[in-house]
Ligand binder design. Structure first.
Ligand SMILES: CNc1nc2c(CC[C@H]3O[C@@H](OC)[C@H](O)[C@@H]3O)c3nc(N)[nH]c(=O)c3cc2[nH]1
Ligand SMILES: [Zn+2]
Length: 380
């Protein structure tokens, strides 16, 4: 069961939009209560799509302050199968992680990975990207798979509307996602596990409001905001947040799916988002790019061949406490796995620490100045 208590800047607002424009912050610092612990928000959730956060161990994740990690139903359903994971004692046991786990429903992957897919009212038929076999996911199958995996938070089966999309397509797809959310709710019988709905609506303000209102009336314990971070300009993403977040219950968590870079996190927190996931930190780490408060640092570049400073002198991560840019660059150039591990550890620590700093700023009622200072220094 998820319960939330949110502290932070409380103001009675006549119009949320007006308030945001004049600098009001909807930022809040909350606590998520789950069967695997109580977790602080805002929070970044490292992505472990195939039951592992690539290149780092559960012990290292715990040391760097990870609270909830993600895994993905689409991938685990295809390999090794969710019944096998259930037989192994569930995902927490299988991957030796005793913190929180959130599983995505597979909606995104079916539409982004599965070639030859066909969407009907019933669900989505697609070909496995692993062996080309014909597969089918429906709300009922996706929920059953997630109950097998045993995550603390699971997601309703949805369609992530591609960008751009025609209004009529976005309208019909959003209405279907709401019907799928209802079917997901009916299929969800595992107590102690929270099912979040996912707001869609494409990049259309009115569809976003309809989707949010319809899903709120179905009374879920939390809400994902989907269909964003799919290639749209950042101002469009923020506009969709402005339309959606105020319609979601204040005392329930809001999870912006697939986001993102620190500039997006600080803006989304301002609109009232609590939870984030993104492959960005782990993905860019694997091609030798480190995240810093001034932007990206490509450690592989020749400029760092004799740079004996750490990636970031003020960073408390294992990589920055013990190794230089020159050493990490050498490992990356030599294709040594340890090099990727160090950049991954640094990037995950950076984002986890960034959300901790945002939480502290909110609790001390200085979030807006924190945001200004950060954005002034960070170059995209
Ligand atoms: C990157 N941008 C983005 N990611 C998104 C994800 C998670 C991807 C999931 O796939 C993997 O990341 C690529 C991870 O396992 C993650 O949980 C989404 N998931 C669902 N169900 N619905 C969406 O509308 C949706 C939109 C997204 N936009
Ligand atoms: Zn570091």
């Amino acid at each position: 069961m998820l319960t939330c208590a949110f502290a932070g800047q409380k103001k009675v607002l006549a119009a949320y939009e007006e308030a945001v424009k004049c600098g009001y912050s909807g930022a809040r610092a909350g606590r998520l209560h789950t069967p695997h612990g109580v977790f602080d928000t805002p929070m970044f959730m490292p992505v472990g799509t195939q039951a592992t956060v690539k290149a780092v161990s559960p012990r290292e994740l715990k040391e760097m302050g990870a609270q909830i990690i993600l895994s993905n139903t689409y991938h685990l359903y295809l390999r090794p199968g969710t019944e096998l994971v259930a037989e192994a004692g569930g995902l927490h046991r299988f991957m030796d992680w005793d913190g929180g786990i959130l599983t995505d429903s597979g909606g995104f992957q079916v539409f982004s990975l599965g070639p030859l897919r066909k969407i009907t009212e019933e669900g989505a038929a697609f070909r496995s990207h692993i062996d080309g076999s014909t597969q089918f996911l429906s709300p009922e199958i996706a929920i059953k798979a997630q109950m097998n995996l045993g995550a603390d938070i699971i997601m309703a089966f949805d369609e992530c509307i591609p960008y751009p999309a025609e209004y009529q397509y976005a309208k019909l797809s959003t209405e279907r996602t709401t019907r799928w959310a209802e079917r997901s709710q009916k299929a969800h019988t595992r107590s102690g596990q929270a099912l979040f709905a996912i707001v869609q609506g494409g990049m259309y303000q009115d569809l976003r409001r309809v989707s949010a209102n319809d899903l709120v009336s179905l009374d879920f314990p939390g809400y994902g905001i989907g269909g964003l971070s799919v290639g749209e300009p950042k101002p469009v993403m923020y506009e969709m947040l402005e339309q959606t977040v105020p319609l979601l219950p204040e005392n329930k968590p809001r999870y912006l799916m697939g986001v993102g870079t620190p500039d997006c996190l600080v803006e989304a927190v301002r609109y009232g988002i609590d939870m984030f996931d993104c492959v960005f930190p782990t993905r860019v780490a694997r091609n030798g790019t480190a995240m810093t408060k001034s932007g990206r640092l490509v450690v592989k570049n020749a400029a760092y061949a004799k740079d004996f400073l750490p990636i970031d002198e003020n960073c408390g991560c294992y990589a920055c406490q013990n190794f230089s840019r020159a050493y990490i660059r050498h490992l990356l150039k030599a294709d040594e796995i340890f090099g990727l591990r160090l950049t991954t550890i640094h990037n995950l620590y950076f984002l986890l620490d960034f959300t901790k700093k945002m939480r502290q700023a909110i609790l001390e009622d200085r979030f807006l100045s924190f945001r200004e200072e950060f954005l002034a220094q960070y170059c995209k």
